[in-house]
Design a protein around this ligand. Sequence first.
Ligand code: 5GP
Length: 208
Amino acid sequence: MDPREKHPGKLFVLSGPSGAGKGTICRKLLEETEKLELSVSMTTRSPRHGEVEGISYFFTEKEEFEEHIRCGNLLEHAQVYGNYYGTPKAPVLKKLAAGIDVILEIDMQGALKVKESYPDGVFIFILPPSMSELRKRLTGRGTETAEAIELRLGETLKELSYIEKYDYCVVNGVLEEAVARVKAIVVAEHSKVAFTAEELIASYKEEA
Ligand code: 5GP
């Protein structure tokens, strides 16, 4: 096998404060990138209007979620705003083995756990351009109560302290620019030297 073609899938982990635009960036990236798939998380929170089972999330009861934790079915899980969220392990590992990149859109606690078990992952932090813009976005979304928005804004400054654990940070001011940057990260990560000199030399010798 040509070591330059040896491409197991890469795991990309996208986090950032609520309202920073991770979801929108993810959607665009998935539309515009080949061989990249989103990991659908499991959660105990109730579906929001327009969310679809199995596409937005796998919506489950607390007891069932806890059973998945016990059975080791989750790559990571965390409690966010009083609800469980977690990444089903099997589909992620299967895709990576098949050479498909996987993107996880998860919170920082989850990202840190993934980093422990999967240090080869690529960790990207999405930042809002400012706190005032973040408030505007969260209010404009209309999916949260005023109280929930205040809670999420309050969390934001604490969440920024995780930045040093990440490999990349992308400010989401202009969406297209942010998406272009994340795409550039994906390309750069696939251009890393991922083979030994011996493997490379052997493959060139075969060609000669
Ligand atoms: P929301 O309820 O707005 O969909 O998500 C709330 C937070 O949970 C977001 O920061 C989102 O990234 C995070 N989240 C979604 N899925 C997962 C997951 O599987 N694991 C972890 N740790 N966080 C998740």
